[in-house]
Each structure stands twice: as C-alpha cells, then as structure tokens.
Design a protein around this ligand. Structure first.
Ligand SMILES: *Cc1c(COP(=O)(O)O)cnc(C)c1O
Length: 478
C-alpha cells in the first residue's frame, strides 16, 4: 500500500471547492464561525485525539464521563438544571427530549396515547420525534404579528394526554422568544412537562444576558419554574465542531426516562444515554476544548459583538426600499420579507448567492410570508463586513426588481392541489418535478427561485412527497 496520501487529499479538496465556504461569515446558515484565531486548530487536534474513543461504553472510557460532566456543569451554570446529556446535535437533543417525555408519561402518568403540543413555529425536529416515537402532534397557531405563541392558546391545547409542550428561545424561522415563563407555569399547573428549545439561542442568549446589552432578555432557562428540559447546541453559538449539543434536565430522575438499558440478550449489558450506539468521542472532546479555551467571558464578548452586528444589519436592511423585517430580532437571527409585489425575495437570494453571500430562503407558511433567513455569527461582526453585506443587499434588490418576480401558472398550482400525495404514480412524480423545473439528470438548477416558487405554492404534504424524490435523484448510483 502506498503511503502517498496526496492524491486522495487532493480529491477531497477538489470536492470541497463546490461547497459553500464555512469560514468568513458569507454563508449565513448552517455554519458558525467564531473568527477567533487558532480555535479550529484546537478543535481539530482535540477531535483527532479522541476520534477512536468509543462513547458507547463509559466504563471502558472514563474520559468521556469527565468531559461530559464538565460540559454539563458549564451549561447548567449558565442555563439552570442539574443534569444533562451530550448528544450529536440539536435534532438528537429534541428527539431525546420527546422520547424522555413519552416514557415519563407512560411510566409516571399511565398515558398510552401521548400528545405533543407544538407551536406552529417549533423546529421540524419535533415533528420528526412525534413520527418516530408515536406521539400525536397538537399544533398551536402563533400570533400572526409577533410569531410568538400565546399562553392562552397553549393552555387550551393541553389535555389529559399531553406528554410535553415545547417553546422556543428563540424560534429558528423568526428569531423570536416564546413566552417561556407563562407557558411553563401553565404546563406545571396541569402536571405536564415543558421543554425549551434553545438549540440555536441558548448559548448566545445565556452569555449575552451576562452583559449590559442583554439585560432585557427574559429568563428562558431551567431556572424558570415549570421548565423541565432544555436543548442547547454547542455546534452553533458554542462555535465547536459539528456533532455537539446538550440536553439539560431539571434533575437526573427525569433524565433516566430517556435512557435505554438492555440486559435481555446474550451480548454486553447496554446503557445508551443517546440514540447512537458506538459513537466517536471526537466531537465531545472538541466541544470541551473549545469551551475551555473561549470561556464564559470569551463567549460573552462574542455574543455582545454578534448582538451589535445583528442590530446594525437589521437597521440597514430595513432602510432598503421594499424590504421589511418579519420581527425585530430578539437573538442573532433575522428574517427579511418583501412588501413590494414586484420584488421576489427568492430572486434576491439567487442574486446574493451570485455575489458570494448565502442567505437561506424560507417559503411562505401560514401567517409567515416568503422570506430570507440570516444567521449572524461572530465572523461578520465587524463594520467593514457589515458594510459589504448591506451593499450586496442593495445591489441584489435592484437586480431582483429589474428581473421581476417568478410567476407561476395558477393552472399548475390547481392541478397539483388535486393530486393525492399518497397515491402518486412514478409518472406523476416525473411530471410534477418537471413542472417545478427539476430535470431528469438530477442536478439542481442554478437559480433556485423558480423551484422555490412552485414549492411554496404546493400543499405541504405534496411537497413532503416530492422533496425526497428531488434529493433521491442526487443520490442515484449507476
Ligand atoms: C438547529 C436547530 C435545531 C436542530 O438542530 P440540528 O443541530 O440542526 O440538528 C432545533 N431547534 C432549533 C431552534 C434550531 O435552531
């Protein structure tokens, strides 16, 4: 076997060239860049040192217990609670929160047909959890002006079968904080568990709250009476390597309900604290190293810079003719819609991408119109970058206005509305995808606005039937 790794590494580098950049702040979704010198090198070194360690058996690898306890201690000092579990990411934390609540409802309350009360703005991961773990979702509308759930609406949705109610701090789509204290109090009054999804905002808001700039932030953690669990992602505003999140609990007695133990087989005795079996301790070690290095004061400084930048960007965007913010940002997320029918925000996104900025399109849903989502991280938190970004916005808006909005044939939408998503034939799938502009070859079109325009005009259940077909084409191996 050759020891020359150069061609293999060169191929990997070549593949990466087509991806969005993960540094520099120009990719305003999916990636989180602290902008701090040397931090990624530290994370990589820690990851490499622990890559082969298996978190499956904490008795064989006691280092993982130490690292996890340190991280949970750091997180509970910030956000309350007395116990926690390190997971592979926000989705796994949300899944485990729901699983824990379902088991608790079964064992402690005898509930066999559990319900999960979700504001319309709750993250998709909770719908995934309901589907995987057999809970019925009770969806609660949000205030169409503020996009926050109303405590009275949640109260009305609670039943004898409610296993868990979820609130967000903040919600991903609009970046606003649900009324945590009011909802948690109502849940507690009814003996129902309450989870705060602080996946994206917990680390950021928790640290910002320590600074003068964050004095106005309401309590949202496990310090709030009635809150029983909270998820916070380290691979977002902890700026750690991907594969790192924490699920915190009010106490270890609740946490145990989500753990899986098995002794009824001929193999080793099993205790799994997460959904995975064998798991690399690499992301855990990277998260530990990065949080040790940055520290509480370091994160507070990063949050403060991001806060100021978010406000500056929000003000600048609002001043651009034709754009409006869906909500005043309460964290580091901005959702930008258009109030001009001739200005299509998805065309703006394509134009922005052409000039090197990735903004995330969010199709219209319920009271929420089509909009663009910006996740502000520390890497854009300097005046020069903000100026460049606002300048790019202004130019993209001008070009999008000149190009005009994507118009779709109402007849197509009507025909699509008549389709039964569960009964589509492969031929009908082909026709539907061709109408959406997705070709047979599998490659996605250069400009996404026409695809998104069709997508948001379809009933969500039809989109849910078609989206895996689109992605499935990318994964065809022949
Ligand atoms: C990111 C996020 C999640 C899911 O986390 P992943 O790490 O992407 O799996 C859940 N809830 C909120 C509010 C999020 O922002």
């Amino acid at each position: 076997m050759t020891t020359d790794h150069a061609p293999i590494l060169a191929r990997l580098a070549e593949l990466r060239a087509d991806d969005l950049p993960v540094h520099g702040g120009r990719t305003m979704a999916y990636v989180y860049d602290s902008g701090l010198d040397g931090l990624e090198e530290l994370a990589n070194a820690a990851q490499a040192a622990f890559a082969g360690v298996n978190g499956l058996d904490m008795t064989a690898f006691p280092s993982v217990v130490e690292l996890e306890n340190d991280l949970v201690r750091r997180a509970t000092a910030l956000l309350g609670g007395t116990a926690g579990t390190f997971t592979s990411g926000g989705t796994e934390s949300c899944l485990l929160a729901v699983l824990t609540a379902r088991q608790h409802a079964r064992r402690a309350r005898g509930i066999t047909a559990p319900e999960l009360v979700l504001p319309e703005t709750a993250h998709a991961a909770f719908h995934k959890a309901a589907e995987l773990f057999g809970l019925t979702v009770v969806s609660v509308p949000v205030d169409p002006e503020t996009f926050r759930v109303r405590p009275a609406d949640v109260a009305a949705a609670l039943t004898e079968r409610t296993a868990l109610v979820v609130v967000s701090a903040p919600s991903y789509a609009h970046g606003v904080i649900d009324p945590v204290a009011e909802v948690a109090a109502e849940a507690a009054r009814r003996g129902v568990l309450c989870h705060v999804d602080a996946c994206i905002g917990g680390w950021y808001l928790g640290h910002l709250k320590r600074a003068d700039e964050g004095a106005h932030i309401p309590e949202f953690g496990l310090t709030v009476p009635g809150v029983t669990s909270l998820s916070v992602d380290l691979h977002k505003y902890g700026y750690t390597a991907k594969g790192a999140s924490l699920l915190l609990f009010e106490d270890a007695e609740l946490r145990r309900h989500g753990w899986f133990a098995h002794a009824s087989w001929p193999g080793y005795p099993v205790v799994n604290s997460t959904l995975q079996g064998t798991k690399s301790a690499g992301p855990l070690a990277a998260a530990w190293a990065v949080t040790e290095q940055v520290g509480t004061d370091g994160y507070t400084a990063l949050s403060t810079r991001v806060h100021r930048t978010t406000l500056a960007l929000a003000d600048g965007i609002e001043r651009i003719d034709g754009l409006r913010l869906l909500a005043r940002p309460e964290a580091s997320l901005i959702a930008v819609a258009s109030d001009d029918p001739e200005l299509d925000v998805f065309v703006v996104a394509d134009e922005m991408r052409g000039s090197g900025w990735y903004l995330q399109p969010q199709p219209a849903f319920g009271a929420s119109p089509a909009n663009l989502h910006l996740t502000v991280t520390a890497a854009v938190a300097d005046e020069e970058t903000v100026r460049l970004l606002l300048d790019a916005w202004e130019k993209a808006v001008a070009r999008a206005r000149a190009a005009g909005p994507v118009r779709i044939d109402p007849a197509i939408v009507e025909a699509a509305g008549a389709l039964d998503p569960d009964a589509l034939t492969p031929e009908e799938v082909e026709i539907a995808l061709a109408l959406a502009g997705v070709g047979e070859g599998g490659a996605l079109p250069e400009r996404m606005a026409p695809v998104l325009a069709v997508l948001q005009a379809l009933p969500p259940r039809l989109s849910e039937r078609l989206l895996p077909e689109v992605i499935g084409r990318l994964y065809r191996v022949r």
